[in-house]
Design a protein around this ligand. Structure first.
Ligand SMILES: Nc1nc2c(ncn2[C@@H]2O[C@H](COP(=O)(O)OP(=O)(O)OP(=O)(O)O)[C@@H](O)[C@H]2O)c(=O)[nH]1
Ligand SMILES: [Mg+2]
Length: 480
């Protein structure tokens, strides 16, 4: 197995552990406050639901200064689980916390997962479950729900399905869900949910791909796992986990870098796998396992004033870049929207009695939504912009990182519009809006295919022009 990138300490752990049937892997970075619970819930899941398999739990930590690793090692051991659940498993659960090595100087969630994959492959596990270390809502049954379809159902990849508050999961709702669905035809509702089940075969496939860009070593890992499962032809399903409650993030404040890493990865994969999506139209459901749940995830505030301000200020510095990366009509429509956003923000600020740009907002999501109610970012425009970017990502100039960075303010505008328009909607109604947008991506897929094929034709034209020019130069050389 390809364990060459591992540290001696990790190799020693692998030799000590020898072999396992089922593994839970938990990446972490400064999660001391929450990881203890995630470890106990995972242990309980392994012991309760898979008492006859050889289980191991591995925490792959970034060397967190807050004592995350210590919490993992010191939290109640598996014996505690056996006592409270009255189970006598055939095999003792092993528990390990280790510091993962960076990949070419880059650390992040993806680098943490690579170490988890390498350990899983070396131990020859049948099923690997990966869960985030900031989860509040994980219960032991999640381990059964994520590993069961692999162990009992022959699946290779289990994506999570959970209720999230209507403003949570904005990168998922605006890009990864609709784009994965329209490109590859699979309705995987949470392609970057962070909690997955992976078969031993698929773990080996991931390692063989050996595709560790800087983005994938960070937060690009989740969409890379999902897309690679699809493009590799692996059997995919979903598991109903209930609600995802974790350390929430305000999209305008926290999600810029994550957006760039995730969207950079999905675009790069689309550009390198056209054969996997060019002929696909429409989409199909992906089987979902687990009993239905009715849960209301906790609410989350979003600063829409800030999101719209970002769209407007983006237009002041990025207009030329936008004109270079989008079809002309789409670039112009975005410019108009950005100007509207700027005006509405000014009016809303004075209506709400808020000071200038940098001042912290004291208004609630609802109050801001009322003041910005006139703003609307249409579904079809967003789909076309994303598709323009898929086409732009074929070329290495400008680099994908630059394109995606320039999309961030527009994504903020799109999310702002979604939050404003759904301020009075229930989570179910907002979900219907997400579906509507995904259908719009499917409807406009011919637009993507046509633009892609035009780009193919002009690349061919350039190649034949280059070949003709080469022949002419050779002939001229011969004449001399
Ligand atoms: N080892 C390691 N783990 C990381 C790093 N960054 C994030 N993680 C882990 O990856 C998981 C997900 O990170 P979060 O920051 O919660 O991101 P998220 O929940 O996917 O994102 P949102 O849904 O947008 O909130 C958590 O378990 C983190 O501890 C890192 O640099 N190194
Ligand atoms: Mg999280």
């Amino acid at each position: 197995m390809p364990i060459s990138g591992l540290t001696p300490a990790i190799r020693d752990e692998i030799s000590r552990l020898g072999h396992a049937d089922i593994m839970v892997g938990i990446p972490s970075f400064k999660n001391a406050a929450t990881i203890g619970y995630v470890v106990r819930a995972s242990q309980a899941g392994l012991v309760q639901y898979f008492p006859d398999l050889r289980p191991v739990l591995v925490n792959s930590d970034a060397g967190s200064p807050d004592g995350t690793a210590r919490v993992v090692v010191e939290t109640e051991p598996p014996d505690y689980v056996e006592q409270i659940l009255l189970v006598r498993p055939t095999n003792k659960l092993s528990r390990v916390s280790l510091t993962y090595p960076e990949i070419d100087g880059v650390g992040g969630k993806g680098a943490a997962l690579r170490t988890i994959f390498e350990i899983a492959a070396a131990l020859e596990v049948q099923a690997l479950v990966v869960v985030d270390s900031d989860l509040r809502s994980i219960i032991p049954e999640w381990i059964e729900l994520l590993a069961g379809p692999i162990v009992k159902g022959g699946y290779d990849f289990v994506a999570p399905l959970y209720a999230r508050y209507k403003y949570d999961g904005t990168i998922t709702n605006t890009v990864t869900y609709p784009l994965t669905r329209s490109l590859y035809g699979n309705r995987i509702r949470q392609p970057i949910g962070g909690d997955f089940g992976v078969s031993g075969d698929l773990v080996r496939h991931y390692l063989e791909l050996d595709d560790w860009t800087d983005d994938i070593s960070r937060f690009g890992i989740d969409i890379w796992m999902t897309t690679s499962a699809l493009t590799g032809g692996f059997a995919v399903c979903q598991a109903r986990l209930g609600a995802k409650v974790h350390d929430p993030k305000d999209p305008g404040a926290d999600l810029g870098p994550m957006f760039r890493q995730v969207v950079g990865t999905i675009l790069r994969l689309a550009a390198t796998h056209p054969d996997n999506w060019l002929s696909i139209r429409g989409s199909h459901d992906v089987p979902a396992y687990g009993f239905e749940r009715i849960i209301d995830p906790p609410p989350l505030e979003v600063n829409t004033l800030r999101l719209l301000t970002e769209l407007h200020s983006g237009s002041l510095t990025l207009a030329d870049t936008w004109r270079g990366m989008f079809a002309p009509a789409n670039a112009e429509t975005v410019m108009v929207l950005a100007a509207e956003a700027g005006q509405l923000v000014d009016q809303a600020r004075s209506r709400l009695g808020l000071a200038g740009d940098g001042a912290p907002s004291t208004a609630t999501t609802l109050e801001m939504g009322e003041a910005l109610a006139a703003f609307h970012f249409p579904d079809d425009l967003w789909a076309r912009l994303v598709y323009d970017l898929v086409v732009a990502a074929r070329s290495s100039t400008p680099p994908i990182e630059q394109l995606v960075a320039a999309l961030v303010p527009i994504y903020f505008g799109r999310v702002g519009s979604f939050v404003i328009e759904n301020r009075h909607q229930t989570t179910d109604q907002a979900e219907e809006r997400v579906e509507r947008q995904a259908r719009e991506f499917e409807l406009l897929k011919p637009y993507l295919v046509e633009r892609w094929q035009q780009a193919d034709a002009s690349a061919d034209g350039n190649n034949s022009a280059a070949t003709a020019a080469g022949r002419e130069a050779e002939a001229a050389e011969a004449r001399r």
